[in-house]
Design a protein around this ligand. Structure first.
Ligand code: AHR
Length: 364
């Protein structure tokens, strides 16, 4: 090869290396710029997440994707919640089921439940509430034994910033003193009971009433609704309290039977436990199932058995399984969220014709 040709080849190779090197550098520069832009975008997204979290709102999408199940910052979860439940007593199967519902739901959700049993005494409920106020619980859920006499302790809870949910029975206190009520429409239960008695005694007759605890929202509401719907040809010849218990229901019915004997065509009994006691008395007095038409309230397994055995002709439902609703509302209140002031339970009426079929699936 001639010297001039070799020289030309060297020059060409040098130019080629220079061009390739320059192109590589440009590619590297471009890639770096893209990386920097990408990093800048990521930093901005993270800054937005931090701001959103500081404000207590929903996190930006990038954070939401990685923590989909996590609560928003600053919000309480069930695990942070302490709920006080000063239960009114253990007078009936309904009450036992209600206590179990609250306890089981709290356990499942990880809520700390401060539970007490006031043995049907209002003063015990008030003193349990005061202890809970001192402990600084998040929410008090109160099933009040009677309607009146709650103003002072409700005011104390309000002043302490502790919301109160009235559960099951109602109170006569001003609604501004508590956050909400969750429970049954007791007046409607009374109306439904009267509708059933009207059907059972189409030609009229004389009936007795075994009432629940005197002054309780359940007894007051049921008595009111019953009288509103009862046909005028049916006369309530007597009404006495059996305090919602089997033990007290029996002697009340015994006394009615002693006083009125065969005159009694029907009985409106405010709960299944009193009906169990009343049926014992009716049986002992020599009556047969159906001689005295009975309408009871609750829809417990005991009430279902009385229908199967022919003693009770209709059982008006009152649902005690309020735990899930109480816990859900407690969490909302603890987080300062608005709640419905009144949540009424959806209920029905049960009859003897399918009581045997339904009994095995009854939860209480
Ligand atoms: O307040 C609900 C009533 O209380 C139920 O009908 C009764 O069984 C309970 O004791």
């Amino acid at each position: 090869m001639k010297f001039s040709k070799v020289l030309l080849l060297i020059v060409v190779l040098v130019i080629a290396f220079a061009v390739v090197g320059c192109a590589q550098q440009q590619a590297v520069d471009a890639a770096s710029k893209a990386d920097v832009e990408a990093l800048k975008a990521e930093v901005s997204a993270l800054k937005a997440d931090v701001e959103a979290l500081k404000a207590g709102g929903a996190a930006a999408p990038a954070a939401a994707q990685s923590e989909a199940a996590a609560p928003a910052a600053g919000k309480k979860t069930y695990a942070d919640l302490t709920v006080c439940y000063p239960q009114l007593g253990a007078e009936s199967d309904w009450r036992t089921a209600n206590s179990a519902s609250l306890k089981q739901t709290a356990e499942q959700l990880g809520v700390k439940l401060i539970f007490s049993d006031a043995q049907q005494k209002q003063e015990n409920q008030i003193s349990a509430m005061r202890t809970c106020i001192q402990q600084g619980v998040d929410v008090i859920a109160l099933p009040p034994v009677v309607e009146d006499g709650w103003d002072a302790v409700l005011t104390e809870a309000k002043d302490a910033g502790i919301p109160v949910i009235i559960v099951d029975r109602s109170v006569s206190a001003d609604p501004s003193l508590y956050a909400a009520h969750i429970g049954s429409d007791m007046v409607l239960e009374g109306q439904r009971s009267a509708d059933e008695m009207n059907k059972l005694l189409p030609d009229g007759g004389k009936i007795v009433e075994l009432s629940g605890t005197t002054g309780s929202g359940a007894a007051v509401g049921r008595a009111k609704g019953f009288r509103e719907n009862l046909n005028p040809n049916i006369e309530i010849i007597d009404s006495q309290t059996g305090n919602f218990t089997t033990a007290e229901g029996k002697p009340v019915m015994e006394a009615f039977l002693k006083k009125y004997g065969d005159e009694i065509d029907g009985a409106f009994i405010h709960n299944d436990n009193m009906a169990i006691g009343a049926v014992e008395a009716i049986k002992a007095a020599g009556f047969k199932p159906g001689d005295i038409k009975i309408v009871s309230v609750d829809g417990t397994r005991g009430g279902f058995q009385l229908m199967i055995d022919g003693w009770v002709q209709a059982d008006v439902e009152c649902n005690p399984l309020l735990g899930p609703q109480v816990m859900e509302m407690s969490l909302a209140l603890a987080n300062g969220e608005p709640v419905e002031p009144e949540t009424l339970t959806n209920e029905t009426v049960y009859y003897p014709d399918n009581a045997a079929e339904l009994l095995p699936s009854r939860q209480y």
